[in-house]
Design a protein around this ligand. Sequence first.
Ligand code: 13P
Ligand code: SF4
Length: 303
Amino acid sequence: MDLTQKILDLKKEKNAIILAHNYQRPEVQDIADYVGDSIELSRKAMQEKNAKLIVFAAVDFMAESAAILNPDKKVLLPCIGARCPMAQMLTVDEIIRAKTLYPNAPVVLYVNTLASSKASCDICCTSANAVQVVGSLKADTVIFGPDRNLGEYVAEKTGKKIIPVPEWGFCPTHLLFQPEEVKSLKIQHPDATVMVHPECSSEMRKVADFIGSTSKMCKYAQESNAKTFIVGTEEGIMHRLKKENPDKEFIIAYDGAICPNMKIITLDRIYSSLKEEKHVVNIPEPIAKKARVSLERMFEVKS
Ligand code: 13P
Ligand code: SF4
């Protein structure tokens, strides 16, 4: 029996669901019950009433959010090596230091953070709702982290002052995109629409026609009249874009833009994860309780 069928059988037997991020390998996306961006995956995990077991094909902070929001379910991360380096860039000490310097500034943290950081902030956001979350706050100065680029984008859009924590948090994969390469692709494809993730540099944002989260890019590509798109985010999204829009052309802005942390999840690891029910995401309840409040506040903001 092939691996895909073995996973599907085990999934049924164990009453499990597989949630996969838009950056996952094509074969992992194809086997998943749902593919989405970070906020959609968290929502899906919360809305799931029947499944007792959630296999989270993504990186650590996404599986942690699902576990925080679903204390009654078992959330599995198929490989403990699937860790987002950006989430590791922010420590609780740094948050405390920023709070001491700006005592009246609320702390808004990107979900790409560890649970302990989420527990120390006022509200979370994702790239899909960061502008709305910061815009919903009364304060004119906001402590924001860990992604410096997303913070700068939010400052541009809201007119608020952003205090970055840490000073220079970034995504190593999105930093690989260069505006010069987009410009030369535009010479070859003058009618192409450029879509860029807000984790890219400000120079990349300047050459973009559309800036948004991974699922917002998918939606934009479906609704747009454009036939050709230059894509400025991790290459895993190309599978979904091409699958959903067979009549349109998608060109990755840099074909080395691969997040190794996302790609560490394979069908083999999903199978072992389901079979052995590993690796269970466990967040100590005192931290989970506080982090849950920060995540739930985010869901209350209209976006
Ligand atoms: P999205 O929420 O846009 O899917 O982004 C998550 C992420 O890690 C981007 O690098
Ligand atoms: Fe983290 Fe960047 Fe990978 Fe997203 S693409 S999971 S931010 S390293």
